[in-house]
Design a protein around this ligand. Structure first.
Ligand code: IPD
Ligand code: CA
Ligand code: CA
Length: 255
């Protein structure tokens, strides 16, 4: 199953790489910060055609079109066709195709592709996490020697102040931080030890479904900022970490 999903995701990556004149194919959704391109729709339509036949009865829960069904019941593909759309529109080449397959709200398979670096992150629950077929593991660096990633919860501006407060607290304890603009890749960066931590105050299931399995299968931890399990049928916050820094959140003000 993992190989079959990965093969389809790689084909979807070709659509991302084929993109040209992206600005002319971009539309605003709710605001200038909330964009969709014709490539997001093309990738999603491609995945919607190819993935469900792999698992009869599975629903398709994609960012651009959520079927009127509960992704926390039965089999569900949870899909972000292009995570990092703003990066994509601006030619920053830091975007991903993210596909998870969940059963009854538990992620069983996760695949995240960075088509620009030709990096395919994949995991099966209980089977370890891989980057282009090689086993990956979270880092063992303490935050004092580490770098963390964060996201700005762009669609929920009410989280601006707590986001900046938490960023400042972590920055004071770390070497540096990054705001890369694609949450699925932010989680994969924790999984393969390129960063030590990642947080964002509000994300959608398609942003973190696949990446969350990468983190846990790579030996890391992931939860909401208040320590609850992630939800896959609604938005929530995200806190991903290696083992060394897993309890640091208790010492921080997250309000
Ligand atoms: C966004 C990216 C971004 C994160 C936003 C997400 P999109 O996804 O993952 O890094 O900060 O919260 O919505 O809209 O580019 O698929
Ligand atoms: Ca996304
Ligand atoms: Ca997206």
């Amino acid at each position: 199953m993992l190989e079959q999903i990965a093969a389809i995701v790689k084909e979807a990556g070709e659509i991302v790489l084929s993109a040209h004149d992206i600005a002319a194919h971009t539309h605003e959704k709710s605001s200038a910060a909330d964009l969709v391109t014709e490539y997001d729709l093309a990738v999603e339509n491609f995945l919607k055609e190819k993935l469900p036949p792999l698992v009869p009865g599975a629903i398709f829960y994609g960012e651009e079109e959520q079927e009127n069904a509960d992704p926390a019941t039965g089999w569900a593909f949870i899909v972000d066709p292009i995570d990092g759309t703003t990066n994509f529109v601006r030619g920053l080449r830091q975007s991903a195709v993210s596909v998870a397959l969940a059963k009854d709200g538990v992620i069983e398979y996760g695949v995240v592709l960075d088509p620009y670096k030709a990096e395919l992150f994949s995991a099966r629950r209980g089977g370890g996490a891989f980057l282009n077929g090689s086993l990956i593991h979270v880092s063992d660096r303490p935050l004092s020697q580490g770098v963390f990633g964060m996201g700005t919860a762009i669609y929920r501006r009410e989280y601006l102040a707590p986001t900046m407060r938490l960023t400042e607290q972590l920055f004071r304890r770390s070497c540096d931080f990054r705001r890369m603009g694609a949450a699925a890749l932010d989680l994969c960066n924790v999984a393969c030890g390129r960063t030590e931590l990642f947080f964002e105050y509000s994300l959608c299931p398609w942003d973190y479904a696949a990446g969350s399995l990468l983190v846990t299968e790579a030996g890391g931890v992931i939860s909401t900022l208040d320590g609850q399990p992630l939800a896959f049928d609604r938005r929530c916050s995200c806190w991903a970490s290696n083992q060394v820094n897993r309890d640091i959140l208790r010492e921080l003000d997250i309000r």
